[in-house]
Ligand binder design. Structure first.
Ligand code: GAL
Length: 381
C-alpha cells in the first residue's frame, strides 16, 4: 500500500515537473512580451531604440546600451546576435564612445535610435544614429554616421551633422519658399496657437535652421527594393518629419529631401514596404511616456502621405493593462521582416532605469484591404 502511494506521488511529481517546469525552460518560450528578455547569459537585453539586421542567416540586434541610472551614455551602441530571434548572445559594443575629450561621441553624449544597414556596393555595415553632444541636453539634434566591415563592429565613427544646410526640400515651389522666408521663429513666444501652427506649416523652423542645418532627433533608415536608402527623422523641434535620400555608400545625404506631415509632431518613425505600399508608423511626442501611434500610407517614399488611424487594437495584458491607444505602453523603434512576417519592434520605456526598459515585438497583420492591424499578443512570432 505504502509502495503504491509512493509510486503515485512520484508519478504526480513527474507529471507536475513535465507540465509546469519543463515549459519554463522550453526553447521557444524564453521571450514573452511584457517580461524581461534574458540574453544567453541571463541578463536583460540592453539594446534599446534600435533595429534588427539579418545577414548570412544571423540576426543582429543593435541598440542603445543604457546605464541603469541617468540618460547619458557610458558605453555606446550594443549588438547581440541570434539565429532564431529567441536566444541572443551579447556581442559587446558595436560602437564605443570615444575617450578623447571634445570628440562628438565622448563619454557623456547621448546616442539614440541606432540603425544598421548593409551596403551591397561597398560591402560595409553602416550605422546612423541620433547624437546629442555632451552637456548640451537635446539641442544639438544631429545625425551620426559610423561604418564597419563586420556586423558586430567595431564601427568607426565618421562624423555627425545637422541636415541639408542651405537647401530647400526638392518639392517646395518658389511660392512656398517665399512664404517660408516671411516667417520669423524668434517672434513666436507662444506655441500651439492656430497662428503659430500656420507659421510652422509654412516652414518657420525650416527657415530658422536653413543656414545651420535642420535638426534630426528620433530617426530610422529604410532600404528600398532598388537598394536606395533613406533617412527618416523628426525635425523642426520634433514637429515635422524629413525624408532624405542617402548617397550610394549610405555615408552622406544626396541633398534630396522633403517634409512629411508639417506640424504633425511625429516621433519614433518606423517604416516598411509591402508590395507597392509604404507604411509609416510613428508615435506622438510625450518623451518617455506612451501615447497613441499614428500611421501614414503612401505609394512612393516621397509621398504624398495620407494619415490613417493607429493600427493597434486590444489591450495589453500580462504586465499591466495598457490599451491600444497608448500603443500598449510602448514606443516603436523598427519594423523588420522574418520570412513573410513584418514585426513591429518597440520599447516599453522605464525612464528611472532605462536599461531595464522592456521590449515589445508584435507581428503585423493586414485587413482585407491590406491595411496594417497590430493586435496585442504575449507570444513572439
Ligand atoms: C522620446 C524619444 C526617445 C528619447 C526621449 C527623451 O520621445 O523617442 O528616443 O529621445 O524622448 O525624452
Amino acid at each position: 500500500m505504502k509502495q503504491y502511494a509512493w509510486n503515485k506521488g512520484m508519478a504526480m511529481l513527474m507529471a507536475w515537473l513535465w507540465l509546469v517546469v519543463t515549459p519554463m525552460f522550453a526553447q521557444d518560450t524564453i521571450l514573452r512580451n511584457g517580461q524581461l528578455w534574458p540574453d544567453t547569459e541571463g541578463h536583460h537585453i540592453n539594446a534599446h531604440g534600435g533595429n534588427i539586421l539579418e545577414f548570412d542567416d544571423v540576426y543582429y540586434w543593435y541598440g542603445e546600451q543604457r546605464p541603469d541610472r541617468g540618460y547619458t551614455m557610458d558605453g555606446g551602441i550594443a549588438v547581440y546576435s541570434s539565429t532564431d530571434l529567441q536566444h541572443w548572445k551579447n556581442e559587446g559594443l558595436a560602437l564605443q564612445l570615444s575617450a578623447e575629450p571634445g570628440s562628438d561621441i565622448e563619454r557623456g553624449c547621448i546616442m539614440e535610435r541606432p540603425k544598421v544597414i548593409w551596403n551591397e556596393k561597398t560591402q560595409r555595415f553602416v550605422m546612423l544614429f541620433h547624437l546629442e553632444l555632451k552637456g548640451r541636453g537635446y539641442e544639438a539634434a544631429r545625425v551620426g554616421f559610423a561604418v564597419s566591415e563586420r556586423p558586430t563592429g567595431p564601427f568607426r565613427f565618421i562624423r555627425s551633422t545637422r541636415l541639408h544646410a542651405g537647401r530647400w526640400p526638392f518639392d517646395m515651389t518658389e511660392k512656398d519658399i517665399e512664404a517660408a522666408k516671411q516667417t520669423d521663429a524668434a517672434a513666436w513666444h507662444q506655441w500651439w496657437t492656430p497662428q503659430w501652427m500656420s507659421e510652422v506649416q509654412k516652414g518657420m523652423y525650416l527657415w530658422r535652421d536653413f543656414e545651420g542645418g535642420q535638426m534630426s532627433r528620433d530617426m530610422t533608415v529604410f532600404v528600398d527594393d532598388d537598394g536606395r536608402a533613406y533617412h527618416i527623422t523628426s525635425s523642426q523641434e520634433n514637429l515635422t518629419l524629413l525624408v532624405s535620400e542617402l548617397t550610394d555608400d549610405f555615408l552622406d545625404f544626396t541633398g534630396k529631401y522633403n517634409m512629411v506631415a508639417p506640424g504633425g509632431q511625429n516621433e519614433a518613425p518606423c517604416i516598411f514596404r509591402r508590395g507597392e505600399d509604404y507604411w509609416l508608423i510613428c508615435s506622438g511626442c510625450t518623451g518617455w511616456a506612451p501615447n497613441e501611434a499614428r500611421m501614414f500610407h503612401a505609394k512612393s517614399i516621397w509621398g504624398p502621405w495620407t494619415q490613417l488611424p493607429s493600427p493597434f487594437t486590444g489591450i495589453a495584458t500580462g504586465y499591466r493593462e495598457m490599451p491600444a491607444n497608448k500603443t500598449f505602453g510602448a514606443q516603436g523603434t523598427y519594423i523588420f521582416k522574418k520570412d513573410t512576417t513584418y514585426i513591429f519592434m518597440a520599447d516599453i520605456w522605464n525612464p528611472r532605469h532605462l536599461a531595464r526598459s522592456l521590449h515589445l515585438w508584435l507581428p503585423i497583420q493586414f485587413d482585407d484591404e491590406g491595411v496594417p492591424v497590430i493586435p496585442w499578443t504575449t507570444e513572439l512570432p
